[in-house]
Write a protein that binds this ligand. Structure first.
Ligand SMILES: CCC(=O)SCCNC(=O)CCNC(=O)[C@H](O)C(C)(C)COP(=O)(O)OP(=O)(O)OC[C@H]1O[C@@H](n2cnc3c(N)ncnc32)[C@H](O)[C@@H]1OP(=O)(O)O
Ligand SMILES: O=CC(=O)O
Ligand SMILES: [Mg+2]
Length: 362
């Protein structure tokens, strides 16, 4: 198998295409808000959502009816051309690479709105070759249209083969911005016996041990606590490691039980704690949840700043509130402090909240 040399990796794949980025910018993307550009009611709301959400994503794939694929593509072009997105990123999710629509998605969107599109989300990515295909065609289209900044690629991890190849997918192109978990398609592809869009399942549980009777046998009538488990723990952890290895960003995906805002928040928080930087929002109600969960809490920032102040040059060990802190816990605190600083740059309410936290002298 032949490999590109390291220096070729950062050369454009078409003459005249913009030079690939060497670092993927850490732009806030707590919520990637999905809308169907062929749905007039939804589309009408998009201009007013600018500035209230980190990413607006015009979805062309699943959830858009086959008869509306062209209307969705054209609707996205119209919205993008008419809207000033300010600090909000514009992404799209194109149709899958084996669909009859994807080629027209790419050849329409890049010339028409390529300068405004930050990221293209590619569904059902199976292997690095899928990324290579999109990488090359984007370079050709960017060169032809005179696009000045490279459009980035985000892959959805939603097939068993994609999960098996996740590290190679992350490293397949300097355009790779990140990965999202696609729990609905992944469950189907793996033949999991669920019927949901993300979240847990009451049947996937651990049960407390049964008390034993004098005969030493388990008392099957005793009331025992059960703990529902996270179906997605393994895949999210694997995705986070692959993304961190390649300097790109991991995201949770869809949570379909729109009305269960509590369980949605739990699922998002699990992903945040494991290392994800954001999630999808399918309905306006999920934007607030995502913004809250994927922004470090006041308590975390207050604690993190105390550790930073107490650790001086960053080496050695100190005690704070009965706990040992050292170089490694300082690094964790810095992850939170740096994230808070990035978010404060684009979110004035959050900036005011973080500014109000009493910070000890360093
Ligand atoms: C499963 C794997 C995947 O691929 S997930 C990603 C693909 N799915 C999607 O993108 C779904 C996007 N969301 C939706 O289609 C809708 O939110 C669904 C879930 C169908 C609910 O819609 P609906 O029953 O109209 O909700 P609602 O009555 O509470 O809506 C209130 C008003 O808000 C609007 N709204 C709804 N969703 C969005 C949205 N995503 N972006 C912008 N606006 C949205 C509705 O149109 C409705 O507007 P109005 O008050 O009637 O003017
Ligand atoms: O596209 C997302 C999924 O869960 O499938
Ligand atoms: Mg899917």
């Amino acid at each position: 198998m032949s490999h590109k040399s390291a220096k070729d990796f950062f050369r454009p794949l078409a003459v005249g295409a913009p030079a690939p980025l060497r670092e993927i910018p850490a732009r806030p993307s707590r919520a990637i808000h999905f809308f169907d550009p062929s749905n007039e009611k939804m589309a009408a709301k998009i201009p007013d959502m600018v500035g209230t959400v980190d990413v607006l994503l015009g979805n062309l794939e699943d959830a858009v009816k086959a008869d509306n694929k062209v209307a969705a593509r054209e609707g996205l072009v119209r919205i993008a051309q008419a809207t000033d997105f300010g600090p909000t990123q514009l992404w799209t999710r194109i149709n899958s690479l084996d669909s009859p629509w994807v080629l027209d998605d790419l050849t329409t969107l890049v010339p028409a709105i390529g300068e405004k599109l930050d990221v293209i989300m590619v569904p059902k990515v199976q292997e690095p070759a899928d990324i290579h295909y999109v990488d090359r065609i984007l370079a050709q289209l960017e060169a032809k249209a005179g696009i000045t900044k490279p459009i980035l690629i985000h892959a959805i991890l939603e097939t068993a083969r994609g999960v098996a190849n996740v590290e190679e997918i992350c490293g397949a192109s300097p355009r790779m911005q990140g990965l999202s978990l696609g729990p609905a398609d992944l469950a189907a592809d793996r033949k999991m016996k669920t019927t949901r869009v993300g979240g847990g399942h009451p049947g996937y549980l651990v049960r407390e041990d049964a008390p034993r009777g004098e005969d030493g046998l388990p008392d099957l009538d005793a009331k025992r606590a059960i703990f529902q488990q996270d179906l997605w723990h393994y895949t999210i952890a694997k995705m986070v490691d692959a993304c961190a290895t390649h300097g790109i960003y991991p995201y949770y995906g869809p949570f379909g039980d729109i009305k269960d805002t509590v369980a949605c928040e739990d699922q998002f928080r699990n992903a945040f704690l494991l290392g994800c930087v954001g999630t999808w929002s399918l309905h306006p109600v999920q934007i607030k949840i995502a913004n809250r969960v994927f922004s470090p809490s006041v308590e975390d920032i207050a604690h993190a700043r105390r550790v930073v102040a107490a650790m001086g040059d960053g080496t050695g060990a100190v005690m704070i509130d009965g706990k040992m802190e050292d170089d490694a816990s300082l690094k964790q605190c810095l992850v939170l402090v740096e994230l808070a600083e990035k978010l404060a740059e684009i979110d004035p309410d959050l900036k005011a909240t973080y500014d109000a936290i009493e910070t000890p002298e360093a």
